[in-house]
Design a protein around this ligand. Structure first.
Ligand SMILES: [Zn+2]
Length: 557
């Protein structure tokens, strides 16, 4: 009798064990969502694709043939028949300015303007809508698209706006174009000295400001910006991102904006995962409020502290070892004295923050690597996965230091293909061998994380993938065969740095960025198999579904 009971107990516990732990039993769990009949890119050891996937509780619970996964369907399960289409891990944009991107979808956007005249027309039309004397704000003008690619002047704007101040931000956000009224209201005149880290462009004969304020000089403006509502901006951006297959972003933020993200997250309105970086200037506030890199949850996390060491190429503020080839008196602008910068990075590192350093010129990147190396040596800590944002022009001696120091290269492939012609003019051909060297970095063992810098470049990941594999301009297709084609990536590498790379850069490669059982159920389903098609067709590829944590946030039905 007693033995019999023991046997029964043993059998029962064996049965329970099987139910809980055997894969065969687990397969029968009912799924919330299944994807069937597709090519789900798992790239796991020798297996490239799974035909089907099941999702439960926001995570992937099984991968396998459609026939097996079907057993997890119940009447409450949502079933998506992929009809042979490709599913990838959801795209993660590792560098964007999400709220200002959302704002750019609302205001006077000048991205498409190909001439001063086109912008004059837009400004004139805007003035008609505004009260007497109200300022006109605009963004995303790009003078390199104008005939002759000359910088515009205050007079160009005075012609259409003598009585309203006009402040137009360049597409890279590093310089502004203003009219005479904006200058005079802000007290900027011939005698005003250039501020540290900035430049007031001037008429070479008279010293009068010409109407372009670069970097820190833009902060001399005393015209309050228009009221904006971060929540609305972010909501607008979320809609676009879902349509483009993004399941995550790393974005600039402020402490205030972080609150807005928290609000959206807690009310279930975030339709992608957010890694929000903060300005390094806020380090004291972060320390006193106990805000740390990595805090949060799978929807919203505190990211790195962002420091700027230099500016941009187009504004001639990227910090270079040798002068710009077409401006022999300019080597860029450091935003800090060298020692101060090393101390700043050291302080953040010492307090356990991940640091992301905006560095574009070869000397800027050199200083950024030095800062990280020094901080690691002083503390003996090197697991903080510091990042260099942009990493555009790398000195040959510094290329290997990304891998050896464990520094992530956070790069934007479209910057390369938009700027390639221009870059060669500015740096000369020889130096351009070190420009956007993603293949060299990848082969050296560095981790790359791809993004767009939206709204500097459009948010669409397809443009980034195309650029990474072709190194050809999106509009013209030039140059044939690609610009320094030895730096092209395979499409699989490019996808990896748009998915796994950013996941690694936010310390989350164990839960997302790849399609694996146990990972978060973040997928994108595409109209075409970008792993196989001609690169030019990548640009025409559409997103059919975007799935975040098992929820369809964008989809054909
Ligand atoms: Zn940026």
């Amino acid at each position: 009798m007693i033995i019999g009971r023991r046997k029964r107990l043993l059998l029962l516990s064996f049965f329970l064990f099987c139910l809980l732990f055997s894969p065969g039993c687990r397969q029968k769990e009912i799924a919330d969502l299944v994807l069937i009949n597709g090519q789900i890119f798992v790239a796991d050891r020798s297996v490239d694709f799974a035909e089907a996937a099941a999702v439960r509780g926001g995570r992937i619970v099984s991968l396998g043939p459609t026939e097996t996964v079907r057993r997890q369907i119940s009447p409450s399960t949502r079933v998506i028949d992929l009809t042979g289409k490709l599913a990838l891990p959801g795209f993660i944009d590792a560098h964007c300015h999400f709220a200002s991107g959302g704002r750019s979808l609302a205001g006077l956007t000048l991205r498409e303007a190909k001439s001063v005249e086109a912008i004059q027309k837009m400004v004139a039309a805007k003035i008609k809508e505004l009260p007497e004397g109200a300022p006109v704000f605009g963004s995303e003008f790009d003078h390199t698209l104008f005939p002759g690619a000359e910088w515009p002047t205050k007079e160009d704007l005075d012609k259409v706006s003598p009585r309203n101040p006009v402040i137009l931000e360049r597409v890279d956000g590093h310089s502004v174009w203003v009219n005479s009224l904006a200058l005079s209201l802000s007290g900027i005149a011939a005698k005003t000295p250039d501020p540290f880290g900035g430049e007031i462009s001037r008429n070479p004969r008279t010293g009068e400001p010409s109407g372009i304020l670069k970097e820190a000089a833009a902060r001399l403006l005393k015209i309050p910006p228009p009221a904006s509502n971060a929540e609305e901006d972010i909501r607008r951006a979320l809609k676009l991102a879902a349509r483009l297959g993004l399941t995550g972003i790393h974005t600039s933020s402020t402490l205030e904006e972080l609150e807005t993200y928290r609000k959206l997250a807690s009310s279930g309105q975030l339709t992608l995962r957010v890694y929000a970086w903060l300005p390094i200037q806020d380090i004291d506030a972060c320390l006193s409020q106990g805000i740390k890199t990595g805090q949060g949850d799978e929807m919203l996390r505190v990211g790195f502290l962002k420091a700027f060491i230099d500016g941009t190429v187009s504004s001639s503020t990227a910090l270079l070892f040798e002068p710009f080839s077409d401006e022999p008196d300019k080597r860029g602008e450091a935003q800090y004295a060298e020692e101060d910068f090393y101390e700043l990075v050291g302080q953040a590192h010492g307090n356990g923050y991940q640091v992301g350093i905006h560095a574009i010129g070869d000397k800027g990147i050199h200083w950024a690597l030095n800062a990280i190396e020094r901080a690691q040596k002083e503390t003996g800590k090197n697991g903080l996965r510091h990042r260099i944002e942009h990493a555009s022009l790398i000195h040959p001696d510094d290329a290997g230091r990304f891998a050896s120091l464990g520094v992530i290269a956070s790069m934007q492939p479209t910057h390369c293909t938009t700027d390639l012609v221009y870059a060669e003019k500015r740096f000369g051909t020889e130096r351009c061998r070190g420009a956007y060297i993603w293949k060299t970095l990848a082969d050296s063992g560095a981790v790359l994380a791809f993004g767009t810098d939206w709204p500097v470049e459009p948010l669409d990941p397809m443009r980034g993938l195309y650029s990474a594999v072709t190194r050809q301009n999106i509009v013209s297709g030039d140059p044939p065969g690609g610009w320094f084609p030895e730096q092209r990536l395979s499409i699989r590498e490019a996808v990896r740095y748009y998915t796994w790379g950013p996941a690694y850069a936010s310390f989350e490669e164990n839960i997302k960025g790849t399609i694996r059982v146990g990972n978060l159920a973040d997928f994108v389903v595409l109209s075409d198999n970008i792993l196989e098609i001609e690169p030019a067709r990548i640009l025409e590829t559409k997103v059919l579904y975007t799935v975040v944590g098992g929820e369809v946030v964008f989809g054909a039905d």
